[in-house]
Design a protein around this ligand. Structure first.
Ligand code: 4AD
Ligand code: MG
Length: 432
């Protein structure tokens, strides 16, 4: 059998006979010619079969193939500008593998979101979903390369935890052999231990929030990347975050241009994502919001709609920093010049997409940290090990958390995070 190749590599085989193993995406016929659109996960190619080349029996076999039947085809590769993708396969053999036993539920016509979500296990075969998932993978690879090339060590935090990181209202509780355990909301606290051991680390894993909010930006299970660096301050963390975002966007533009085209992403907007990103203080953000007729006062949290208003003012992501400490997590260090402020920042994506990163400098004083834990009414006993980090050679340190699905949603310009992950988990969605 001629060599098995993947459709994305087809340009290297012009004029040669190759085998492609995949599924039937679509087909049409015109007189004695059959046109098969075949997908293999890396692309879609048009395969052309004639009576003369295939014979009656094979043409009859083709005519039994329905949408998403699996098949193995061989033929010679021909460059043709008019063909979708620029190449065609001139068939000399078609071997059905398994016919679809029923009419495939997802047809080229429009389907409602609920229907598609119920069929997510099949929906991911669609061209657009394949493109998004391939971009997601490129983003993951780029994030990892960014940190790996800068000497960070990947550090895997636990998922079962005994303590809250981001407030107790969004904890998923579970019974751990008679003890209370929670699914991790963030790897940060363990990341801090890692930074004291290894200098600079990043975590990359699933995180969980029992979010009762049904928004376009909330999942109950999502993937977070959390760098944590010893001897780093707020300024250093903001710089690291913007360098990372610029690096990732550049890489996606360079390696996933076909997929960006498949989803009709306006790449001119992405080409503008260069550092330095604009920075504003929380106080300035409140000023912008008041001018845009939001009912908000200094001290209020900035919600999703407010984030959209702020990020719509800029053609690049914007960093908002120095939030009121009262609305931020217990671990944030306060500004020594103004005790009302925390040394924290959020990065809001452009195009109104909202927060993609949250982070800042950590409280490194043991006594102050105990006070904060008590103020937040968290059980201080559960934080013994975390306080130890401030007992033995405490140093200033900082980091942040990047929400992978929010980043994918922004880079792909998707209206909702549900298409950014293979099987989204949301308040009202546990299946498939
Ligand atoms: O802002 P968050 O809650 O920050 C933390 O968890 C810190 N402990 C991170 C750190 O400093 N190491 O979450 C960080 C990011 C958000 O900016 C957002 O991108 C994403 O995680 N995120 C969510 N993504 C999807 N669904 C949700 N429910 C999310 N909650 C947070
Ligand atoms: Mg946040």
């Amino acid at each position: 059998m001629p060599p098995h190749v993947y459709i994305e590599d087809i340009a290297n085989y012009t004029g040669q006979t190759v085998t492609i193993k995949g599924w039937l995406y679509n087909k049409r016929s015109s007189g004695k010619i059959r046109f098969l659109m075949v997908r293999d996960g890396t692309g879609i190619i048009q395969a052309v079969g004639s009576f003369a080349d295939l014979g009656e029996e094979q043409i009859a076999a083709i005519d039994t193939l329905n949408q998403e039947s699996s098949l193995i085809i061989t033929g010679s590769v021909r460059a043709d500008d008019r063909a979708p993708g620029g190449f065609e396969l001139m068939l000399n053999n078609v071997q059905p593998v398994s016919l679809s036993l029923d009419e495939y539920p997802i047809t080229p016509k429009e389907h409602g979101t609920a229907f598609l979500m119920d069929h997510r296990h099949l929906w991911i075969r669609s061209k657009r979903q394949v493109a998004i998932l391939r971009i997601r993978h490129a983003i993951i690879k780029a994030v990892r390369d960014f940190f790996d090339e800068r000497g960070f060590t990947l550090f895997d935090p636990p998922i079962f935890t005994a303590n809250a990181c981001e407030g107790t209202s969004t904890l998923f509780h579970t019974d751990y052999f008679g003890e209370d355990a929670y699914l991790s909301q963030s790897g940060q606290l363990y990341g801090e231990a890692g930074a004291m051991a290894l200098g600079k680390i990043y975590t990359f894993g699933p995180t969980f929030r029992a979010e009762k909010s049904k928004t376009r930006r909330h999942l109950t299970e999502f993937w977070m990347i959390e760098p944590e660096v010893a001897y780093l301050d707020l300024e250093g963390a903001m710089k690291l975050a913007e360098d990372m975002v610029e690096f990732v966007v550049k890489r996606v533009l360079a390696t996933r241009s076909k997929e960006l085209q498949d989803i009709e992403r306006d790449t001119k907007i992405l080409e503008k994502i260069v550092t330095p990103f604009p920075r504003i203080t929380y106080t300035e953000a409140i000023g912008i919001l008041k001018q845009s007729d939001h009912e908000i006062e200094w001290g209020d949290d900035i919600g999703g709609d407010e984030e959209t208003t702020i990020s719509n003012q800029f053609d690049r992501p914007v960093i908002v920093h120095h939030f009121p400490s009262a609305i931020k997590a217990f671990y944030m260090k306060r500004d020594k010049n103004d005790d009302r402020l925390a040394l924290g920042f959020d990065m809001l994506a452009s195009e109104g997409k909202g927060e993609i990163i949250g982070g800042g400098q950590r409280e490194d004083d043991r006594v102050v940290l105990v006070e904060r834990i008590n103020e937040h009414k968290l059980p201080v006993e559960a934080f013994g090990w975390f306080l130890d980090l401030r007992k033995y050679g405490s140093v200033p340190h900082a980091g942040y958390g990047l929400g992978l699905e929010r980043l994918v949603g922004w880079i792909c310009d998707l209206p909702h995070v549900r298409e950014t992950i293979p099987f989204p988990r949301m308040m009202s969605r546990l299946k498939p």
